[in-house]
Design a protein around this ligand. Structure first.
Ligand code: SF4
Ligand code: FES
Length: 237
């Protein structure tokens, strides 16, 4: 089973009564808007709590997205001090400084809200084709747990935003869509659509690996894409 770094730290489950301020710097889409806030906070709290407090107490126009607050929808993904995180699941201590930016590689709508349409179009292209088929049965050294993990993606888009090939503006399907396809098309007997196999698919992957570094669910899209590539070349089953 893939790990999950989206869970709150254990220490965040017990109120400590530690009150104070967090220095929050946000990259605003309007350069004239306030960007630095001293936000009141009390542990336990997460990045999303800080953003909500900043919006409530400092600037109501601060824009960001969230929905489930449970690490399941991916809508709250932002970059925290340069790394993609789920804002609703990332603990913050008082008296710390946070720099929060929108995901890179996607058009900014406002502040921390990005246009996920390019990611969703590619993701839907694959998921529409593979649902609700069974995950392929591994053999010949392919890790079934790895293939099963392809279903744990929450389509947050962090891997797509970090991928230099996707950012190049080409029609590349991107890490999440290809990782999702891996669970269904890894074996040579599976009938993968041409897009999965061609330059829009695993052939277009340059094996940079940024996708696996940033995934807040600890999935390994790069390894899944390699499995897909190996399988299509008939090295297992
Ligand atoms: S593979 Fe990871 S980073 Fe990419 S969309 Fe899925 S959960 Fe997000
Ligand atoms: S709000 Fe759904 S994952 Fe954070």
């Amino acid at each position: 089973m893939a790990g999950n770094k989206t869970r709150r730290a254990d220490s965040a489950a017990t109120p400590s009564g530690n009150n104070g301020f967090v220095k929050l710097t946000v990259r605003r889409s309007d350069p004239t808007a306030p960007a630095v806030f001293d936000v009141p906070g009390a542990e336990p709290m997460v990045v999303l709590d800080v953003l909500l407090a900043a919006q409530q107490h400092r600037d109501a126009s601060l824009a960001f997205r969230f929905s489930c607050r449970a690490g399941r929808c991916g809508t709250c993904t932002v970059r925290l001090n340069g790394s993609a995180v789920l804002a609703c699941q990332t603990p913050v201590a008082v008296s710390t400084e946070l720099v929060v930016e929108p995901l890179g590689g996607l058009p900014v709508v406002k502040d921390l809200v990005v246009d996920m349409a390019p990611f969703h179009a590619r993701w839907s292209e694959i998921v529409r084709l593979v649902e609700p088929g069974p995950v392929v049965t591994a053999s010949g050294g392919t890790d079934q747990t790895l293939l099963d993990s392809s279903r744990e993606c929450i389509s947050c888009g962090a891997c797509y935003a970090a991928c230099p090939v996707a950012a190049s503006g080409r029609a590349f399907l991107g890490p999440a869509a290809l990782a999702r396809a891996a669970g269904d098309y890894a074996g040579p007997a599976a009938r993968a659509p041409a897009s999965v196999m061609g330059s829009r698919g695993f052939t277009g992957c340059h094996s940079v690996g940024a996708c696996s570094v940033v995934c807040p669910r600890d999935l390994d899209p790069a390894l899944l894409i390699r499995s897909l590539r190996r399988g299509r070349r008939g090295r297992f089953t």
